[in-house]
Design a binder for this molecule. Structure first.
Ligand SMILES: [Zn+2]
Length: 495
């Protein structure tokens, strides 16, 4: 909400600057001059609608503070109130970044993103802090290092004047508000993020064959579309969904709902993907066992985490073609995976930065985040080279967000050129087939979410309407707490 402090002059300035954004934003597409004016108009209308929406949300948020308590589940009466129990995916980061970039064209995207995050996504605050910094000639880095590779250890990056620091103390030093901590070594990734990584995962030839096969698939991948405020926007990368067999393919196309809609393009696993699946399964289960032993309280699996072996029966494949293609901060949807889901993610081709940041719940009565929790929300970049397997562990989706950051510079890969291919293997639970999950007032199977923002009911799961994400539809106010047994299997009441 970038009009948070609402000085009118500031708002006017932002609106005036907005007008100049589209030309710059689309200027690289020389061949589309005819469409340019139409895009400009749509873009302007969209941004104007977003501004109005954000101003309304400001008013809404201040009203809510007085009236709402989250002790009772039935007090969330509007779609917005229900949505705000969890932290929404930050799809708007690209817009905010584009806006900030138009205001500060000579500062690189990396710095802009960091400053944006430092100011909790508020463009106006970020912008004035950048203006202050530039006018006082404080040096802002103009160009970040595009180099992506291995580093032997994190110790190079952390001041080592306190070698006696306890592990807790060390991890406290780790992430800092407004700064990005870069991790390369597997032991650092495991220690400071909810992930673990295996470098050089597949035999060299097998990784290359898999990459080549998916590069042939990728040109027909599509951009996912979703609704941002009242606009239909498409994701800044392409993707496709793969399942095991014909039966699953049919079910996915006709029964499973994503962002309030059916997927039109669902494919069966390719031969190379099938070949790799057992290796992924074996490695992920091994990583889960290690994680439980070394990271979880009393060496026990987490509550709601499945005790059955992890089985990769579906995969989203993403293609990032060039450094500008990216994905904003989000958590993966748990609707069909259940609570405490584990996801195995193979990276192929160009190495990119996978960024993670923790969501710290806030006390309902404290407006300001404490410095410690703001630091804990600082972002961490995990470098994902060709042929690496990243495991997102059971503690990840509920309390962390992740993204693929736009890259200023990339090192082309000998096989894939500018492209990164990413296979994210998932374990779809039969017990969470949409025929079992609650349907909302729109008669659409609901989406599973978790309370992330408020300490009250923090970590509790709930079912809510998908339809708010569908272009042309309003969501309904359906709300139901979701109940699971210790293994994360759903418990259905009244059935
Ligand atoms: Zn609904």
């Amino acid at each position: 909400m970038f009009a948070d402090d609402s000085p009118d002059a500031g708002k006017r300035r932002a609106v005036v600057q907005l007008y100049y954004l589209p030309t710059q934003y689309f200027s690289s597409k020389k061949s589309q001059l005819r469409n340019l004016r139409r895009y400009q108009l749509i873009f302007l209308l969209g941004l104007a609608a977003s501004l109005v929406y954000l101003l309304m949300m400001d008013a809404f948020v201040s009203r809510k503070k007085r009236k709402l308590s989250f002790h009772s589940p039935r007090q969330e009466e509007t779609v917005e109130q229900i949505s705000m129990l969890s932290v929404p995916d930050d799809e708007s980061t690209d817009y905010k970044l584009a806006l900030l970039s138009s205001l500060h064209p000579d500062i690189n995207q990396q710095v802009l993103l960091d400053v944006l995050l430092e100011h909790e996504g508020k463009v106006e605050k970020a912008s004035s802090s950048l203006a202050d910094a530039t006018s006082s000639s404080a040096a802002l880095p103009k160009k970040s290092s595009g180099a992506v590779g291995y580093q032997s250890s994190l110790s190079k990056f952390v001041a080592s004047d306190d070698s006696s620091a306890s592990p807790t103390k060390r991890s406290k030093l780790m992430s800092k508000k407004g700064k990005t901590l870069h991790l390369y070594a597997p032991e650092d990734v495991a220690a400071h993020t909810p992930c673990s990584i295996i470098h050089n995962f597949l035999p060299v030839d097998e990784a290359n064959e898999l990459l080549k096969e998916l590069l042939e698939e990728a040109p027909t991948f599509e951009r996912m579309t979703f609704k941002l405020f009242d606009n239909v926007v498409s994701s800044p990368h392409t993707a496709c969904f793969y399942v095991e067999g014909l039966e699953e393919q049919k079910a996915q196309k006709t029964e499973y709902i994503y962002n309030g809609d059916l997927l039109t393009d669902v494919r069966q696993l390719t031969p190379e993907m099938r070949k790799v699946s057992p290796r992924v399964q074996e490695a992920v289960n091994r990583e889960i066992a290690t994680r439980i032993k070394t990271h979880y309280p009393n060496g026990q699996k987490l509550k709601y985490q499945s005790s059955a072996p992890w089985r990769p029966n579906a995969a989203f494949v993403n293609c990032y073609n060039g450094g500008a293609e990216s994905v904003g901060y989000h958590s993966d949807q748990l609707t069909y995976l259940g609570p405490r889901a584990v996801i195995g993610s193979i990276s192929l081709g160009v190495a990119r930065e996978f960024r993670v940041r923790q969501i710290i719940p806030q006390d309902s009565d404290s407006k300001e985040k404490s410095k410690d929790s703001a630091d804990a929300e600082g972002q961490i970049a995990i470098h994902l080279p060709h042929n690496s397997l990243l495991v997102m562990h059971a503690e990840m989706q509920e309390t962390w967000k992740h993204s693929i950051a736009p890259a200023q510079a990339i090192d082309p890969h000998p096989i894939s050129g500018n492209r990164r291919i990413n296979i994210t293997y998932r374990d779809y639970k039969a017990s969470l087939h949409p025929k079992f999950t609650p349907k909302c007032k729109c008669n659409v199977p609901t989406v599973l979410r978790v309370v992330q923002r408020k300490r009250e009911n923090w970590g509790r799961y709930f079912w809510m309407c998908h339809a708010g994400n569908v272009p042309g539809k309003e969501g309904c106010t359906f709300f139901e707490w979701a109940e699971f047994d210790d293994d994360g299997e759903p418990i259905w009441k009244d059935r």
